[in-house]
Design a protein around this ligand. Structure first.
Ligand code: 0L1
Ligand code: MG
Length: 257
């Protein structure tokens, strides 16, 4: 099986925002390890073409999402500079079926490596915690996939938006931060930081552990999206999403063509 050509296929669908059939329909024998290789190769293609690798995301960090995909461990994806929204406007051009979810992002000032990183080490390495929105977009038809498919598709990474204000890692009980998400003025989701593996710091610890198994690690300056605090909400042009993070302010995202 030619992982390079599968990576090219995934990249093209990501770039053009075109839905595709699940890779596992054609290659049922694909493994999770091979799927991570496809993910890495497709991101390397983007970097070779001028994009920049800026961080990582954790996905499937809530029990509900893990059950829906039939797994009991989160997955990770890679973040590129081109995915970061610089203003509070999401253009759906180039996306298949975008969904928005509130997250807490950790921005690192020091690297993190190894299989047994402690919470204290994560706090010491963290420059700030930032309220964030992730826009996920599975490139698979009907947002339907297996674990292997979604890993190869960069864990559905599409866009992310970071709040302007960063907070000291010691500035809040991150597991107790309540979140209220409104779409077009109606409350559509509520949650708390504890939805992310019990505490978002565990997401960074787990990511570091998962990367260490591959000989990888987190570098200074990187962003880590720790995982959805609520279910992801589908959006379309004309929608406006507003998320308030208890004690931390709010983020808005208008959705356009
Ligand atoms: O960020 C996430 O939790 C999404 C991971 C991939 C699963 C999905 O697309 O819903
Ligand atoms: Mg997410």
């Amino acid at each position: 099986m030619d992982l390079e050509s599968l990576a090219r296929r995934v990249s093209e669908h990501q770039r053009k925002g075109l839905a595709m059939k699940k890779l596992t329909l054609e290659y049922p024998e694909l493994t999770v390890e091979q799927a991570y290789r496809i993910q890495a190769l497709s991101v390397e293609r983007s970097v070779a073409e001028g994009d920049r690798f800026v961080g990582w995301k954790m996905g499937l960090t809530s029990r509900a999402k893990q059950v829906s995909v039939g797994v009991d461990e989160p997955i990770y994806g890679r973040l590129l500079a081109s995915m970061e929204l610089r203003e509070s406007l999401l253009s759906v051009g180039g996306l298949v079926h975008p969904r928005v979810e509130p997250e807490l992002a950790f921005v690192l000032k020091e690297g993190l490596h190894g299989e047994s990183v402690t919470p204290r080490e994560v706090w010491r390495a963290t420059e700030c915690v930032v309220p964030a929105l992730e826009v996920i977009d599975s490139r698979y038809e009907n947002f339907s996939f297996t674990l292997v498919d979604v890993v190869a598709d960069n864990a559905s990474s599409a866009r992310f938006y970071l709040g302007e204000q960063g907070f000291s890692p010691y500035g809040a009980r991150w597991d107790e931060v309540g979140v209220v998400m409104r779409k077009n003025g109606e409350v559509v989701q509520t949650g708390a930081g504890a939805a992310v593996l019990g505490h978002p710091v565990r997401s960074v610890m787990m990511l570091t552990r998962m990367l260490a198994r591959e000989g990888l690690g987190l570098e200074p300056g990187m962003v880590v999206l720790t995982g959805g605090i609520t279910e992801a909400v589908p959006v379309q042009p004309g929608d406006a999403v507003e998320v308030s993070y208890e004690g931390l302010g709010s983020l808005e995202l208008r959705v356009g063509r």
